[in-house]
Every structure is written in C-alpha cells, then in structure tokens.
Design a protein. Sequence first.
Length: 650
Amino acid sequence: MEQITDKAVEVKDEDEPVEEQKKGRGRKRKAKAKPKYNDKKAKTAVAAMLTRSREDRTADDSTLTEEERWEKEQANLVPLLTGGKLKSYQIKGIKWLISLWQNGLNGILADQMGLGKTIQTIGFLAHLKGNGMDGPYMVIAPLSTLSNWLNELSRFAPSLIGLIYHGDKVARAELRRKFMPKKVGPNFPIIITSFEMAMFDAKLLANYQWKYVVVDEGHRLKNTNCKLLRELRRIPMENKLLLTGTPLQNNLAELWSLLNFILPDIFSSHQEFESWFDFSGKGDGEQQEETDENKRVLVVSKLHAILRPFLLRRMKEDVEHMLPRKKEIIIYANMTEHQKQIQNHLVERTFDNYLHENTDIVLRRPGIKTKLNNLLIQLRKNCGHPDLLDAAFDTSYFYPPVEKLLEQCGKFQLLDRLLDALLKRNHKVLIFSQWTKVLDILDYYLDTKGLKVCRIDGNVKLEDRRKQIAEFNDLNSGLNVFILSTRAGGLGINLTSADTCILYDSDWNPQMDLQAMDRCHRIGQTKPVHVYRLATSNSVEGRIIKRAFGKLKLEHVVIGKGQFQQDAAKPNALDEAELLALLRDEQGEEDRMIQMDISDEDLLKVMDRSDLTGPAAAASAAPLVPLKGPGWEVVLASKSGGGMLSALTS
C-alpha cells in the first residue's frame, strides 16, 4: 500500500487477498489480482512530480523571473494545458486539488466569483488525465454554463475531449451509444451536463463508476431534501468537488448538507453536527450581549477549524491585482403619479376598486384574488413597471406605445436616460432583471428604438445561449445590449466584452446580484466596470435597499471573507405589518435627498470612470467612502469589487 509524503511514495508490502475468478468454459485461468485502475501508477507519478518540482526550483530556478518560474511549474504540473497561461494562485489551486485527491478527500473550491474556478478544475482534470487516470469524469452545472465549460476545455486543453450531455431522450440515448462506451478508455470524453439531465438520467449515469464528479454552483445542494441531491446520491462517485463563488451563508442545516454530500463518513449526523455549535448559556442585558458575541466568536472559530482542510477560498483583492476596478452606483427614480396611485391602492387594500374603475375585467374570475394576495410581490412589480400589474388584468395582447410605457414608470424613464448616455459613449451594457415580463417590456422598448439585443432567460435553449454569447463577445457584431434574467443569466457566463452592468431591480439575496456583476467583472476584463443599481425611492424596494447596508452586516457571522448567517432569516421574510411599517416610516434627510431626479450634470458625473484608471486607481487602499448627490449615491469599489451590498461580506 502506497503512502504519499511530501518527498516520495513509500510502498509497503502487504499480503493482499487474491480474488479467484469464476470458472468458465475451456481451460482454467490463473487467478490474478483485480486491477487498481492505474491509481498506484498515477499517485506515484504525482508524488514524483511534486518532488521534482521542489528539486528543480532549488537547483535551476534561481536565474528565472517569478513569471518564468510559474510558467515552468505549469508545464511540469499540467503539460496538457497548452491553451493559456495560468495565474500563480490558479496553479496553487490545482496543487491544492491534487493534495485533496492524494489524501482521499473531497472538497469545496470557493474562490470569489471571477477568479477562474473553471480553468483550475480543467487544469486538475488535465493533470489526472496526463497521469494515466482515464476517468470517467463528469461536470454537472447550470444549463446556461454548459457551453462555457466546453469552450474553456477546448481552449485551454485542446487534446482533451469534452461532450455536452443534453437534449431530449432520443438525443441523449444516441450520445451514450456513440460516445459513452461501457468500457472507459483514454478517449472517453469529459461529460458536461446540467442539473436537470443528471436528475433525469441518474439511473443510466449510475452504470458508470465516476472517478471524479464536479458540481458547479455547488450551493445548489444546500437543501438536504432536494431532489437533485437525492438523485446524485444514486450515482457512484469515487471523488467529488463542489465549486461555488457564493459564500456559505444560510444556516447550519444547509452547511451540513454540503458537507454531508462531499464527506458523508465524517458528517453523517446532522444532530451531532449542530451539537458542536451548541454554546448554551443564559444572561440578561449587557451580560447577554457579551454572551452572544462570545457565541459568534466560538462559531467562527469552530467553522474555521472544520472547513480548513477541504475548503479553499481566495478573494480578488488577495490574488488578482491586475483586474480592472469596479464601482457601484445606486441611482434612485421617483414614482410616477400612476405608480403612486397603484401603491396607495395596494397598501390600503383597495386595488380591486382601482381595477373595477380602470379595466373591464370581472374580479370574480378564478385566480384574480390570488394574484393580489402577496403584497410584497405586487409592490415590487409596481416598482419594476406598473404594466406588470395592469397587463395581468387586461384583455389586450399588445403593449401600449413606448411613450406611454415611459410615462407610466419612473425607473423606466431613468433607464432610458442612462442607456442613451452609455450607448453614445460606446459602452457595452448588460441589463439584469428578476422579472421575465420586465425583459419582455425591455425587448419591446429596445426593438422600437431600433436596437438589436441579445437575451437570456430560463426559456432560452442551450444552443441559442451559446450563439448569443459568442455574438455579443464579438467586438465587430454591433451588439451593445444584453438583457438577462438575474437567476438564469447570472451564473457562469463570460461576458467580459461588456464594461457596464445595470441591475434594473435587486435580488433580496445580495449574492445573486454579485454573481450578475461578475459576468463582466472577471478575469479577461480589460476595462474598468460600472455597476448601476436602479431603485425606486419612497417604496419598499428603495427602503429595504437603504436599510440593507446597515442591517445585513449585523446579521452575518463571517467565514474567512465570505459570510455565514446563524439564523435562517432572509430579507424577504418580512411579514405584511413590517412592510407597511417600512412604507410609513417618517422621512429623514437622506430620504428627501434621494427623492430628487438625478440631473443631467450629475448623470455625467457618475458615469465618469477616470477615478478607476491611472494614478487614481492606484490608491486602492483607501476605505469605502460613500459619495452622494440628489437622486444618487456611490460606494467606491475595493479591489474585490466593492459596492454597497458586496461590502457586507468584508
């Protein structure tokens, strides 16, 4: 049995039982040991490589520059990775993954979004392939990211074969027949599939003994009772790797779910896991506050100790010093009279009267009342565009004229001004919204203006996504606007040709918005990035955003530079009374300040990016300093991306 050490492989002779093969027809065959599928050979090669790397550095590397040393290390570590140069921290990430594999551990690569978790994973798989480990290997990822995985694999490791396993039942059967033989050899492709396909075909995929399974956006497994997790447990996996740029944040049960998936033998009992964090104690007043603070310290200390061996997380400010800077600007829009009227009716529970007066719909129709029940959703829709409410009760299949759409919604008027100014300056723009109906209105509005746009939401097919991303990233395509749904378009897509991100509405989970921003603020970006977060003043949307900066920071306990929340409370877990209280809060000076439309002069001011380039950008050690004006405010970005909500994780 081989023992991997820092210096070499020590092989111990052991009398291992030899399995007698069953007799068949013809001559008897000699008993032989069951092959170990190159594990020993591969691990020996790895240990020898690590030893060689250390020896080479001390003997020959003294005359090399730092960059040349890392290039040499990449060539030794991953000779099959010929399509690009890795960053030094990415090489360290691959070595960390190799270390996990050597020690028989599964792990979580949790680098901040935009630091190249995909390329590090490809490098690791290329390393295993290059050392005699044929696989099979499978990457399970969100549908929108499959083409990016294949493109990156083809780009960085062209000698490796990748296969997107997707399509209808017949198409998938044909893929298995042609490219996925039962006997795994050197030409067996790296399978790239979606969560949905993994669930649908779990029984068929269970016919293979997967050497490594990589789950991208691994935080999708945080619910221990979800169907995806149940189906994945049916598939034989020798090793597992979770990728997530989203810090582990909700509650202990969700953290345990991830740990139980990657290390079920260690984290087998949820009850026992929670008992590790039971720091019960009683107190009152100041004593209780001190006790609570001590509990937080103990939780953080224990979590660090638990996660350290198999979780790696690096932040942009720690490793990626050449990434262009990012600045987030919040711009507030006033409600139109139409929006104010709808909000008042919703709050006072007289919206049905409004509908009677303004539409021909009979409210006794089934489902009408249900649509009115969730006050929070209705208020947010009104902020996005009142047509989201009006159209739900209207018999017309056509949008009103663009002029009327603009007239009805303050935020849409703001977007119109902002977009005109950005396009005149040749910026490429991503616009994110949570509502597909908002995307529909945007599509109609932009088409009316004669602008050709790209669009990704949950209904866009994989091939269409791939085509649109390629066209948008082509600098000669003439495409300057990409509209995306925050959830479907905010994951794993590389759109670094854009230098501007507009969050038309904010997700109550700040991490979703951060993922959206990082579609353009990531490795490969060469320009400074502006993020414009649009919000409606004097509304639930605006008020919650204003309070998020202060409140979320108090509610989170930090894991490294990620975040961990002891309680499962979420920003959208407000009851109706709390929502109404937010709307009826007395206005302070800041509230009055943001209830002014941004002037053309100030709009030009916030669009200026000179502070993110040249000597001004070098002063990155400066603290986050909010800049404010009538209808807008800015939080200067740190190297990690900064921004009002992203600052909560630091």
